[in-house]
Ligand binder design. Structure first.
Ligand code: 5GP
Ligand code: ZN
Length: 119
């Protein structure tokens, strides 16, 4: 069923606690944890506890949870003290855009200058 945990999904295992992660925030519907391979001084992933393969399918099925992801991304930026210097919220969507984990997630990146347009 849509949103149900998937046995072969890494981020579902982080939600369940079967795979450890450095969790920085949790809400009823979301978890935020440090990326294992950070691309900036602050690099945190905000994910829904429910399994959806990408941000667009999450937003189509559960718009309030998609909004929760954005709110939590903002809270993370405040906690990490990167809101003043600027930060980026990224949803890689599809293999061609660099998505490697097919459980929706926002990257929150900051703590250094960020190029635009991104690569
Ligand atoms: P994507 O490439 O799908 O947009 O982002 C997936 C992200 O998950 C990558 O930045 C990658 O470093 C991160 N990642 C992959 N495996 C793990 C893991 O086991 N733990 C954590 N904390 N991050 C992971
Ligand atoms: Zn999942």
């Amino acid at each position: 069923m849509a949103g149900e945990p998937q046995a072969d999904c890494l981020f579902c295992k982080i939600v369940s606690g079967d795979v450890p992660a450095t969790i920085v925030r949790e809400s009823e519907t979301t978890v935020a944890f440090r990326d294992i391979n950070p691309q900036a001084p602050t690099h945190i992933l905000v994910i829904p506890k429910a399994h959806y393969p990408d941000a667009a399918s999450l937003a189509a099925a559960e718009p309030t949870i998609a909004a929760d992801i954005l709110r939590e991304a903002g809270e993370v930026a405040t906690e990490e003290k990167i809101e003043g210097t600027g930060f980026r919220i990224v949803f890689n969507t599809g293999t061609g855009a660099g998505q490697t984990v097919f459980h929706a997630h926002a990257h929150v990146l900051g703590g250094r200058g960020l190029q635009w347009p991104p690569g």
